[in-house]
Write a protein that binds this ligand. Structure first.
Ligand code: SF4
Length: 433
């Protein structure tokens, strides 16, 4: 507990914003035969009540693994190696305070430190997810309505018996299908849950929901199936929806419909959403605040206008510069040269990970990975508060100094100058130290 009684990692006491989720120092590694991959590196962010927090970055930047880490769904050989995920839930905090005092701070619970059964229970009821490809999320041999009703039933049973692991994890298997067919009175899924599934299909805009509930996934279009997946995600009435590239597989008009649907649902239910996407258009349309990811780190975060109108990190500037501006069309778009690094621990150098692609790389960028710094220049701004606009870049703290720029070919493989440059830079950096 912080001295002022606010939970650990809390924003400053003058802010009246209510956080639903506070992610702190979250790191996830994959231990492969080729070596250790640092997929997520010391990530911090907050998600407030009823907001859409966007995480944007190129493929391989760690966006999806971050989302999976928050809900503890990282599969082997991946493992969350550090971090805290504080979720505001006063009832749960009260329930486990005596048993697990270290997992409770005020009304917040660190979901990484609660027992496994409690953490499992939070998935579906408190946190829900939708993914890019709805077809792979549905069982092709069961009707869509049956599968949504099953999700409703699991949550209904969990609420009736909150400490029962079985009630939360029991699924709808072949035995249940046969029992339901042969002995209707022993159906796993109740009539109430079936009726609720139809309501959910209606809520997400499926026409003739009672009829469509009887259809199989292959009878739905991609957009309809994405709506059905959203309906399934709402079955437990979650506080937080993690939407991982939810529109990537859809054509543009359907994308817009799905995004509008998510916004409407958010208005209706007060849901908070974490929107994972590589699409800056989706971020601009949907998000209240944004975290830009690169090489497993959040390299810039702030409100939508902080990040879009006043980007600090050269990677953010590069992303924004690589999309067309219809009001001021450029003759050529400006791509970000180079690629995201492989993230193998053995190859990650102790410097800014973006340095080899950065047009402003300077000697000081090679000292060590830059700390997160606020971009406001206000002395009272807290560098550790994820509510502040900031960037993991030396330029958040001071102006670019061209006289300290690295030579243009500094990072070129096989550059004849490289050894000399490297030596010269190291010498100058160490001199500065
Ligand atoms: S720290 Fe240096 S190299 Fe890294 S993004 Fe900022 S200016 Fe570029």
């Amino acid at each position: 507990m912080a001295e002022d009684g606010a939970p650990a990692g809390s924003r400053d006491e003058h802010s009246d914003a209510r956080d639903l989720l506070r992610v702190r120092d979250l790191s996830t590694r994959f231990f492969t035969e080729e070596g250790q991959v640092n997929a997520v590196e010391s990530v911090d962010f907050d998600v407030r009540d009823g907001e859409v927090f966007g995480i944007v970055g190129e493929s391989g930047s760690g966006k999806s693994v971050t989302a999976l880490s928050v809900i503890d769904l990282v599969d082997s050989p991946g493992r969350i190696t550090s971090g805290e995920v504080w979720y505001r839930n006063a009832d749960l905090a009260e329930e486990i305070r005596d048993e697990n005092p270290e997992a409770v701070d005020g009304d917040f619970v660190d979901v990484r430190r609660v027992p496994d059964d409690v953490r499992r229970a939070l998935r579906g009821s408190s946190f829900s997810t939708i993914f890019q490809d709805p077809m792979s999320s549905f069982n092709p041999s069961l009707t869509v309505g049956e599968q949504i009703a099953e999700a409703v039933e699991v949550q209904r049973r969990a609420r009736a018996n909150p400490r029962s692991t079985r009630s939360r994890t029991q699924g709808f298997g072949l035995t249940d299908v046969l029992t339901s067919t042969l002995v209707p009175s022993k159906r796993y899924v109740s009539e109430e849950s079936r009726a609720r599934a139809i309501e959910l299909l209606e809520q997400v805009g499926i026409p003739d929901p009672a009829d469509r509930a009887e259809e199989y996934p292959h009878q739905f279009s991609g957009g309809m199936l994405q709506r059905a997946m959203i309906a399934q995600a709402l079955a437990g009435e979650p506080d937080l929806l993690i939407a991982d590239e939810p529109t990537t597989a859809l054509d543009v008009t359907i994308q817009a419909q799905i995004l509008d649907l998510l916004r409407d649902l958010q208005d209706e239910t007060g849901l908070s959403i974490v929107m994972i996407t590589h699409n800056l258009g989706v971020i601009a349309r949907m998000c209240d605040r944004v975290g830009v990811m690169y090489a497993g780190e959040i390299v810039e975060r702030g409100t939508l206008s902080d990040v879009f109108d006043d980007p600090v990190h050269p990677y953010t500037q590069g992303l924004l510069g690589s999309i067309p501006d219809l009001d001021d069309p450029a003759p050529r778009l400006q791509p970000i040269e180079g690629n995201v690094p492989d993230l193998y621990d053995s190859e990650m150098e102790d410097r800014c990970y973006f340095a080899d692609r950065c047009p402003y790389a300077m000697e000081e960028c090679l000292n060590h990975p830059p700390e997160f710094d606020v971009a406001t220049g206000e002395p009272q701004a807290s560098k550790t508060d994820p509510g502040e606009h900031g960037a993991r870049c030396v330029l958040a703290d001071h102006e670019y100094d061209p006289s300290r720029a690295l030579p243009d070919d500094y990072f070129e493989v096989g550059s004849e100058d490289e050894p000399e440059n490297a030596e010269a830079a190291e010498t100058e950096v160490s001199t500065d130290d």
